[in-house]
Design a protein around this ligand. Structure first.
Ligand code: NAG
Ligand code: NAG
Ligand code: NAG
Length: 184
C-alpha cells in the first residue's frame, strides 16, 4: 500500500471510531478547536452541525478555563493572523453580544485587546479571540474572513437570550446596507 492510501485508510478508520475530524483532538470535553478556517457564519453552522455552539466567554473564570484549554493543547494563537472566531457579534445597534448565550460582551478595557474594538472600515462585526502582548483577548474583525473557531458544549445552564435567526447583516454588502438604512 502507498503511504497516501495508508493515510486515507487511517483517517477513515479514526472517523468511524468517532473522532471529531474537523477538530483538533484534545482531552477536553468542554471546548473544541477547529482545524479548518471558515467565515463566521459557516463557523457558527459548523459548531451547530456537531451539536455544539461557538464559544461565549462570560467572565474571568471562563476566560481562564478557555486559556488553560488553549495552552495545554498548544493552541494559543501564535501571531496576529491566527485568531479564532467566538460567538460574539456587533448588532446593527452597536451592542456586542455572545449569541450562543444571548449575553452582552464586557465593556472596552475588560478583555478587548489594546485599541479594540476599532470597527475598521465600519464592517468589523464579529469577535475573534487573539493573543497580543502576552494577553488573550478580543478583537473585532471582518466576518467574511476565514478563521479557525472555538466551539463549546451547549450551555444549557445559561439563560439563552433572544437570538436572531438571520445573520445576513454580517456579510459585507448587507452590513453596508444596514448602516445606510440606519442613517436615514
Ligand atoms: C441591540 O440589539 C440586540 C439584538 O436585537 C438586543 O439584544 C440589544 O438589547 C440591543 N441593544 C440596545 C442598546 O438596544
Ligand atoms: C483596527 O483593528 C484591526 C484588527 O482588527 C487592525 O488590523 C487595524 O490596524 C486597526 N486599525 C486602526 C486604525 O487602528
Ligand atoms: C461564507 O463562506 C461561504 C462559503 O465560502 C459563502 O458561501 C458565504 O457567502 C460566506 N458568508 C459570509 C457571510 O461571508
Amino acid at each position: 500500500m502507498s503511504a497516501k492510501l495508508i493515510l486515507s485508510v487511517t483517517l477513515a478508520v479514526s472517523c468511524i471510531l468517532g473522532c471529531w475530524c474537523e477538530f483538533v483532538p484534545t482531552s477536553d470535553k468542554t471546548y473544541y478547536a477547529s482545524t479548518e478556517a471558515l467565515n463566521w457564519t459557516d463557523a457558527k453552522n459548523a459548531c451547530a452541525s456537531q451539536g455544539l455552539e461557538l464559544v461565549s466567554i462570560l467572565n474571568e473564570n471562563e476566560k481562564s478555563q478557555l486559556e488553560s484549554f488553549l495552552r495545554s493543547n498548544k493552541l494559543v494563537p501564535s501571531d496576529k493572523w491566527s485568531g479564532y472566531w467566538t460567538s460574539g457579534i456587533r448588532y446593527p445597534n452597536g451592542t456586542f453580544i455572545w449569541v450562543s448565550t444571548g449575553t452582552q460582551v464586557g465593556e472596552r478595557g475588560h478583555s478587548w485587546l489594546l485599541g479594540e474594538p476599532n470597527h475598521s472600515s465600519s464592517r468589523e462585526n464579529c469577535i475573534e479571540l487573539k493573543y497580543f502582548l502576552r494577553h488573550i483577548g478580543w478583537n473585532d474583525y471582518f466576518c467574511d474572513e476565514a478563521r479557525r473557531y472555538l466551539c463549546q458544549v451547549s450551555r444549557k445552564e445559561v439563560q439563552h437570550g433572544q437570538e436572531l435567526d438571520d445573520y445576513s447583516f454580517l456579510s459585507k454588502e448587507d452590513s453596508i446596507k444596514t448602516i445606510l438604512r440606519l442613517s436615514y
